[in-house]
Design a protein around this ligand. Sequence first.
Ligand code: SF4
Length: 309
Amino acid sequence: MNYVYGPVPSRRLGQSIGVDPLPPKTCNYQCIYCQLGKTTHFTNTRANFYPIEDITTDMQTAISMNRNKFDYVTFVGSGEPTLYKDIGILIQKARQLTDKRVCVITNGSILNNNKVSNALMISDVVMPSLDAGNENDFIKINRPHPQIEYQSMLQGLIDFNKTYSGYFWLEVMLMKGINDSREKLLEIKQKIDLIQPDRIDINVPIRPPTEDWVEIPNDIVYERIKEIFEDYSNINFPEKGTFEHSQGNFEQELLKIITRHPMREEQIIKAFTSSNLSKKDIMKKLSHLESENKIIKSEYNNQIFWRKK
Ligand code: SF4
């Protein structure tokens, strides 16, 4: 399977089968906190990067192999999924294949495009992002494609949620000294009040960010968040649960996950230890893949992470 991975544990969605219809890393943002590394394919042009039939076949296989092991089918992956032109057809196919919820995790940048908003209307959950309360911070944090303006992006979020009947859960990534001051939080909250999401998920960069100067806010900020966002918010911490993978080649299965989802070393050991593969074997394999320049180790927040080179 090339376009579908998991189930993987998600901080907000339990166990999730991920559908990734994009070449790595295709996005119209270059967020300073992105866990996938630098945007190598910086575009705002929508296209069917891979054939619909091939992605559908992968969805079908993953769903039938994992019948009772997942809660959501989630469109996410190597960038911004709404850049896949026929994402609406893929969402429809997912709905036909399972009665589990279908979710789209998006940066929300092009919800102001009717084709994109119509396509996402049939999903059960849409999870957009908003990390900035003004254009300057938007440019500093998300480093968007020049065609994307803050005000029209924001209007897209507001208008979409006026007609959308599914769950609209907004994610805000907070970073130390960048958007975690009282003034910045109030400005973000003011924009969120216009959008009226069903829930706000406050995140902090728990995995290694693209820019190494990005940091997790100090604990003191949590009190400020609670005061400003009140009960509306849900502050997220590292995910619980296990990463599922197909039996077979360790390298292929590991790369499939960490291309889209960097893993903590302890998560890799937990997911791959078996009667044929001990912790020692896994550590040897990780070192070998590192020496072949296929994966890269980084230390962040006192934890070891592995991601694809
Ligand atoms: S965090 Fe999401 S929107 Fe930002 S650069 Fe990474 S993939 Fe794109």
